[in-house]
Design a protein around this ligand. Structure first.
Ligand code: ADP
Ligand code: MG
Length: 400
């Protein structure tokens, strides 16, 4: 039995016309000798009646803060509706489909509601359904605790569902269908002439996904990589070949940079020794912040200064904490972190220099940088982000 998992995102299942494209993709898989397993997200985006955010807006914000079981239960409803509607459309097209919740598909998670982690997939029921020649249509984004409470897997978690199901069923491949042709050299909403990437490594995509490119969830990459199952990112609305994600990536490519992405909502924090000479806590700032579970990044420690960034969500708690230990500091708000990824940049001199000179020549101030073997990060002001990404895209010749 050759299994393919086919996951369809919210925009791909939002209307009857679009769901007919889904039916086509399922029929193509069958024609090619695969047993398809379908995973669906909730229909549409915010504003549309069955999208997750629309469902959340039905209940009180205090309820959402305090009632974890109820929050995950309402958050999971969009996918349940979608799986039944999609099954109905598949049946109408002559296919034998059976809608299943995450729980019915055997997905067991921990009880970290709204961001649950998959512990195991009990795949027996799924295997029986597939052996009968039926098509399971599984709700993405959902699982169930050992005690039987419905959980959700975090935003973008339907990708994770597809990956864990793919691994549990030892699928030939996992196909992630979305509203773009595949993984591009930059978000096409930011760079108009962004280019489709044909092949890319798990590691490169993980960096991109983890640093803001929402085209696929980073956890899905991790699971697929552990199971060594190739991932394909494709467009529901076209016959584009899409992007293949595997261990090797594009070994033929001579491009130094593969793709760019960014995270906004960053704040830079500067703590100078000269302002804190009399503070006994100056040397312990990082451990104190860590003990308060505030996550930091771009951390640079110098003898006379400590610099790092936080997400804007953490601002209030960090300010309160540093004040409480009498540390003087300053903040640069409204920053964005650009991430430049390329497995070929390792050992090539001058990549950082090229980035800095491109930004400097265009009067974009670089607030901070960091690098590892296949990634460079650059902190700049939010207002420059679109311009900076477009300029770097050009500098590294990623356009069509
Ligand atoms: P879905 O609902 O199908 O899961 P998402 O909205 O989560 O779709 O992800 C698709 C979106 O990801 C695209 O519309 C695109 O704007 C965005 N995106 C960001 N970075 C990239 C990239 N490098 N390549 C392709 N798409 C990207
Ligand atoms: Mg998504």
């Amino acid at each position: 039995m050759k299994i393919v998992v086919q996951k369809f995102g919210g925009t791909s299942v939002s209307t009857y016309e679009k769901r007919m494209n889904v039916v086509d993709k399922v029929k193509t898989a069958l024609k090619n000798g695969f047993s398809p397993v379908v995973v669906v997200s909730a229909m549409g985006r915010i504003g549309e009646p069955y999208a997750t955010d629309s469902l959340l807006s039905l209940v009180d914000t205090n309820f959402l803060k305090n009632n974890k079981v109820g929050t995950d239960l309402i958050m999971s409803c969009g996918e349940t509706i979608s799986a039944v509607v999609m099954s109905s459309d598949l049946e109408k097209s002559g296919l034998d489909a059976i809608p299943l919740t995450g729980a019915q598909a055997g997905i067991i998670t921990d009880n970290n509601f709204t961001e649950a982690r998959v512990l195991e997939v009990r795949e027996k029921r799924l295997k029986n359904i597939i052996a009968q020649g039926r098509i399971p249509v599984i709700t993405g984004f959902q699982g169930q605790t050992e005690e039987g409470y419905i959980t959700t897997l975090g935003r973008g978690g339907s990708d994770t569902t597809a990956a864990v199901i793919g691994v549990a069923l030892d699928a030939e491949q996992i196909e992630i269908y979305t509203d773009v042709d595949g993984i591009m050299t930059a978000d096409p909403r930011i760079v108009e002439d962004a280019n489709l990437i044909n092949v890319i490594s798990y590691n490169e995509v993980f960096q991109l996904a983890d640093q803001g490119a929402k085209v696929i969830h980073p956890k899905a990459i991790e699971y697929a990589m552990q199971g060594n199952i190739p991932l394909l990112i494709k467009n529901t609305m076209s016959d584009s070949k899409g992007t293949l994600i595997n261990y090797l990536g594009d070994k033929e490519s001579n491009k130094i940079v593969t793709s760019l992405t960014h995270h906004s909502e960053r704040i830079q924090v500067l703590v100078k020794y000269s302002d804190n000479e009399n503070s006994p806590k100056y040397k312990d700032i990082l451990p104190i912040i860590a003990a308060n579970k505030i996550s930091l990044d771009l951390i640079n420690i110098f003898p006379k200064e400590q610099v790092f960034t936080i997400s804007s969500e953490s601002k209030d708690i960090l300010v309160q904490l540093l004040n409480s230990i009498n540390i003087k500091f300053s903040l640069v708000e409204d920053c964005s972190k650009i991430t430049i990824v390329g497995s070929n940049m390792k050992g090539i001199p001058g990549v950082m220099a090229k980035i800095i000179s491109t930004l400097n020549e265009n009067n974009i101030e670089v607030l901070q940088t960091a690098d590892s073997h296949m990634t460079i990060w650059c902190l700049i002001e939010n207002k420059n982000i679109k311009n900076a990404i477009n300029l770097l895209h050009k500098t590294f010749q990623l356009y069509n």
